[in-house]
Design a binder for this molecule. Sequence first.
Ligand code: NAI
Ligand code: FMN
Length: 177
Amino acid sequence: MQLAHVITSVIEPTVLKQDYRDAMARLGAAVNVITTDGPQGRAGFTATAVCSVTDEPPTLLVCLNRSASVYPVFKANGTLCVNTLSSEHRALSTLFGGKTTMEERFIAAQWHTLVTGSPALDGAAVSFDCRISAVNTVGTHDVLLCEVVAIERRENAGGLIYFNRVYHDLCNEPAEA
Ligand SMILES: NC(=O)C1=CN([C@@H]2O[C@H](COP(=O)(O)OP(=O)(O)OC[C@H]3O[C@@H](n4cnc5c(N)ncnc54)[C@H](O)[C@@H]3O)[C@@H](O)[C@H]2O)C=CC1
Ligand SMILES: Cc1cc2nc3c(=O)[nH]c(=O)nc-3n(C[C@H](O)[C@H](O)[C@H](O)COP(=O)(O)O)c2cc1C
């Protein structure tokens, strides 16, 4: 039997950043493009650090690195839209993943608005339009707690999953019995 590679941190927090990232790469996650528009202008970035917090009031969280170019825009606007990508949006994830201008990011797709004015992606698997209700700072990131004010769902959309540093399509068809 093959022994697992065990990385321990019993007394001191000795887990290295790279070991942590290598471990986190094993957690498959939905891919989202988070957008905002408001007094500070339009911005968007790719995020996998998104999860549900509570359904009363409907709230999700988004972790945003404070060193990202988009950070001040999201902080100032106070609203955002979480656009969960479907399988045909792989290229969009790369564009919004950094090192491109906002113009290049947004010109690559069609957008509309729901309630807050943040761009909602045409054809997204689901879009959650939100106002940022609280912010907690943890290390390099801000945890944005986002109260959902509108939802738009696309039935039968396939999913896009990021697992082991590679994108995977998730087909949305019932499994055979
Ligand atoms: N939560 C985040 O801020 C994430 C950032 N990224 C960024 O995207 C780029 C490409 O990432 P990968 O190809 O997946 O390789 P990677 O080795 O940088 O990341 C592997 C995994 O570690 C986690 N991770 C990466 N950077 C992190 C950070 N700064 N804080 C907390 N968790 C982090 C994520 O779960 C990611 O899937 C990198 O620049 C990475 O920093 C990617 C995923 C999540
Ligand atoms: C697959 C993927 C997932 C990412 N997830 C996150 C995330 O959850 N939080 C985050 O702050 N950055 C995340 N990033 C990095 C941001 O998308 C990137 O820093 C952002 O686009 C800002 O880049 P810029 O500073 O070049 O504008 C992710 C990148 C990729 C490719």
